[in-house]
Design a protein around this ligand. Structure first.
Ligand code: ATP
Ligand code: MG
Length: 460
């Protein structure tokens, strides 16, 4: 009985293997096949979760490849940030193969397969939009400017390669055969360190304007040169970004700022005239010497942290990018109300204005506001107030932010030095450091004299 069962499993595996090899043979016609001894991918850089995902799909009789940026990074001998798998299995079929998985997305349906703390994104091969007539092949829609709103038409491996953005991102690695399939000369472009759009760049940017930001981010992150024809239309098409949903723009900008190459990315964004309107008036901030210095220092600080393997808090990052906007909006409010309510009003104005273009997630907005709201408290260095600030749960982020303000010349440097010493000092030293209270004395409200109660009156 057991033998019969094992035989059945074995036969199914063998059949799956034959099918995979057949599928791979079929695409050889159009793809270059690069064997392990030629591509020399270091297998220790490949996530075991990605390999297990491919194996699971292979064993169930499907094709599955590690694809996209992961293969590009492996060819560059660097450790990929994340791993994506492409397969001919449809989302529901992938979901059935893996116990710990879920189908996500509407615009682009795919499956997240979870292995411990790692998640592998599995997408079904995408097909051409022309095959829309075939109802069983999913749904797609495009708006008037050619932007793809939904992309759920499935196709062959070859179709999938055409739908990817850059040649370097259209490489498919089969962990079983260790072969890389290359449909668009991506491996040669990676070697030459060129980022080249697949197909006609104008059409591809119209389909998805985010690809312009991806070109900037990937070229900054990987040191790839954007090919001339790929680069040429960007400046002219920059306005297409206004049409992209603010939440998608936020995700892409976050990736860009947290890539460890934010400074280069901002420089390329400016060269390509893509920075207008992404963060309102980022271009204006960057044109004021103090604003530019502050933003650049903040981005350098973020790059250094990421490159040292530390995390970086998006609330902090966006708080720095928008701080000079808050300072500007604060001024007119100060004329109409006390300092602190005026600051809160300015913060609300800036966040509201920002949300029209690029919606910063709510969970980051509250952190940003806390960092901003704590800034005036660093200037109060007398009495009990510094102790309260030091004990605040967001003190560290607000302190780092204040140091950047000092470094950029917005605040006197001695304020930063004072807080650094104060935080490290022992209790008596801290008391000795406190400045005399020179601010306007708080007027004590006199308690109104107690009127004698009726009872007291009557007892007299
Ligand atoms: P990173 O190293 O930042 O992860 P990546 O190229 O892997 O870069 P992902 O967002 O992980 O970026 O996307 C995985 C793959 O999906 C890409 O390599 C590309 O093949 C494809 N892809 C992603 N976004 C697009 C897009 N907007 N248009 C076409 N293909 C895309
Ligand atoms: Mg990736």
């Amino acid at each position: 009985m057991i033998k019969k069962f094992l035989n059945k499993v074995f036969n199914k595996r063998q059949q799956a293997e034959i099918d995979i090899n057949q599928a791979e043979r079929d695409v050889v016609e159009t793809a270059k096949k690069i064997p392990a001894k030629k591509h020399k991918i270091n297998k220790s850089l490949i996530s075991s979760a990605a390999i297990k995902t491919c194996e699971g799909l292979h064993n169930a009789g499907f094709d599955a490849y590690i694809v996209g940026g992961a293969v590009r990074d492996l060819l560059l001998d660097s450790k990929p940030k994340d791993f994506d798998v492409a397969t001919n299995a449809e989302p529901e079929e992938v979901y059935k193969v893996f116990k710990r998985s879920r189908i996500i997305g509407k615009r682009f349906r795919l499956v997240h397969v979870m292995w411990g703390r790692e998640t592998i994104e599995v997408s079904t091969f995408r097909g051409h939009h022309e095959s829309k007539g075939d109802k069983n092949k999913g749904d797609a829609s495009v708006n008037d400017s050619g932007r793809i709103l939904r992309d759920n038409i499935f196709g062959s491996l070859e179709d999938d390669a055409v739908r990817r953005d850059f040649t370097a991102n259209a490489l498919y690695y089969n962990p079983k055969t260790e072969m890389v399939l290359d449909f668009h000369n991506g491996a040669a472009d990676v070697k030459k360190r060129i980022l080249r759009m697949i197909g006609d760049p104008v059409t591809r940017y119209q389909e998805d304007p985010i690809r312009m930001l991806r070109a900037v981010r990937l070229s900054a992150k990987l040191g790839l040169k954007i090919d001339k024809a790929t680069e040429a239309p960007i400046a002219k098409l920059a306005d297409l970004l206004h049409d992209v949903p603010p939440s998608r723009l936020f995700d892409e900008m976050l990736k860009l700022f947290l890539s460890g190459h934010a400074i280069e990315s901002i420089n390329i964004l400016r060269e390509q005239h893509l920075h207008h309107g992404l963060l309102p008036l980022l271009d204006v901030v960057l044109e004021q010497p103090l604003g530019e210095k502050f933003v650049m220092l903040a981005l350098k600080n973020t790059d250094d942290r990421i490159n040292a393997g530390k995390s970086s808090n998006p609330s902090f990052l966006f708080a720095t990018l928008l701080w000079h906007e808050v300072l500007k909006a604060w001024e007119p409010h100060k004329k109409q109300m006390p300092m602190i309510p005026a600051l809160y009003q300015a913060m609300d104005d800036v966040v509201k204005q920002q949300a029209k273009k690029l919606a910063i997630h709510n969970r980051f907005v509250s952190g940003m506001k806390e960092i901003w709201a704590m800034q005036p408290r660093f200037e109060q260095r007398s009495g009990k107030r510094p102790f309260g600030l030091l004990a605040h749960k967001r003190y560290r982020a607000a302190y780092d932010f204040m140091l950047l303000r000092c470094e950029s010349g917005e605040l006197p440097a001695d304020i930063g030095e004072w807080w650094t010493t104060f935080a490290d000092a022992k209790s008596e030293q801290r008391n000795a450091m406190l400045l005399p209270n020179t601010g306007p004395k708080k007027r004590r409200r006199r308690r109104p004299k107690k009127k004698p109660s009726n009872k007291e009156v009557s007892s007299v």
